[in-house]
Design a protein around this ligand. Structure first.
Ligand code: DAV
Length: 381
């Protein structure tokens, strides 16, 4: 067991009133401060058709082909913003200090041009969990595989600067080149088999493919996270942390947090369509010795809700405020009941309209400060 880094408050984020520590080690310690994303300026991402096929739902492939580079429909954004405002309000009333990235303005409506490629636009600052990874007292900017996400860290720069003054370490992972060599040109859509659309040309990852459990971090290889990216992070973090690569039954993996969601020490919520009984048994007999695994209830989102970028399994993309309180979608009765059954206290927040942007409570946040210490909770043999 290690002790907390115990950073002191530098002052530039002066409204932070507490004794001022930063950092977080896991997904369940008491949440004191979080970044919540923004929907303003969200742009339909301009990615190759192979990347769209690999990561996005079939029913919307044509939408992405037709609308790449243009803003998301305004009514979708307005409705999503309402949900997000309600979420911020709930977090604040539960005692969480909320920080927001800067309004990106037209940043994401502008083309991004690098050597050998150009996109019509960027994406959004709605999901800080994708772009930034907090490990202890360090924030790491992810080397993201989508070209449209190349400038996604920019709306967070001011916040990150202020956090640095408060003692957070800020690391930018090596900026990827994202030339054609980073993408597997022979990739073809397969319904049931995972073969990554990205290559091992350079380290790539989205922060949301990692889940933190103290000194152990689990990750999935995906269509946006490669082996080199995982290895880079392990080398960077050093021996204090151990990264474990888990494999699930998912041919279109992009972000682990609708598949594998630890709720507290000893308890993981898993996706029954992607995590088989056999995989669960192997985990319980090994790395997760002594832990309980619970299958998430089936999502109940109506088909009328447009889900451009995600499956319905966002129902399990919950956010723990501590080992007891958990934020759950307001109308998701099965999830509310499951959480109660597990002895947790669900807090309902309307979020279906935000789902349309591809994430839920975990995706839309970044845990800047959870009170707690670094612990080793898994069975490393
Ligand atoms: O169905 O696994 C998760 C998206 C999180 N950004 C899914 C989508």
């Amino acid at each position: 067991m290690y002790t907390s880094p115990g950073l002191t408050l530098g002052g530039s984020l002066s409204s932070a009133s507490s004794a001022g520590t930063l950092g977080s080690y896991n997904e369940w310690d008491p949440l004191r401060e979080a970044i919540v994303g923004r929907v303003e300026g969200a742009t339909v991402p301009d990615e190759s058709f192979q990347m769209i096929q690999a990561t996005l739902p079939k029913g919307y492939w044509q939408f992405f082909r037709d609308r790449a580079g243009s803003p998301f429909p305004q009514d979708v954004l307005d409705a999503a913003k309402k949900d997000l405002d309600a979420f911020v309000h709930i977090l604040e009333s539960e005692g969480v200090k909320v920080r927001r990235p800067k309004d990106p303005g037209d940043l994401f409506h502008k083309p991004i041009e690098k050597e050998g490629w150009k996109t019509k636009g960027g994406f959004y600052a709605a999901m800080p969990r994708d772009a930034l990874l907090v490990v202890g007292d360090e924030i790491i900017a992810a080397p993201m595989a989508w070209r449209s996400r190349y400038r996604e860290h920019e709306p967070y720069q001011e916040l990150l600067g202020a956090y640095q003054q408060r003692g957070f370490r800020y690391t930018v992972a090596p900026r990827p080149e994202l030339t054609d060599r980073s993408y597997n040109k022979n990739w073809r859509y397969k319904e049931d088999q995972f073969e990554s659309v990205i290559t091992e040309e350079e380290p790539l990852f989205d922060a949301a493919d990692f889940i933190r459990l103290g000194a152990d971090i689990v990750v999935q290889q995906s269509h946006v996270t490669n082996r080199m990216g995982i290895d880079w992070l392990q080398t960077h973090l050093g021996s204090r942390y151990r990264i474990h690569v888990l494999q699930f039954d998912d041919s279109h993996p992009m972000h682990i947090d609708a598949t594998f969601m630890p709720l507290k020490p000893g308890l993981v919520l898993v996706n029954p369509e992607r995590v088989s009984e056999t995989v669960v048994q192997n985990l319980i007999n090994g790395l997760f010795l002594g832990w309980d695994f619970v299958f998430a209830p089936k999502p109940i989102i109506p088909d009328t809700q447009p889900l451009y970028m995600t499956s319905k399994w966002l129902n399990m993309n919950v956010l723990m405020l501590d080992q007891n309180r958990v934020i759950v979608e307001a109308e998701d009765e099965p999830m509310v009941q499951s959480m109660k059954y597990l002895g947790l206290q669900p807090i309902r927040c309307p979020f279906r309209n935000f789902y349309s942007l591809g994430g839920a409570f975990h995706c839309a946040t970044l845990d800047v400060h959870r009170e707690g210490v670094l612990e080793s909770l898994l069975n490393r043999e």
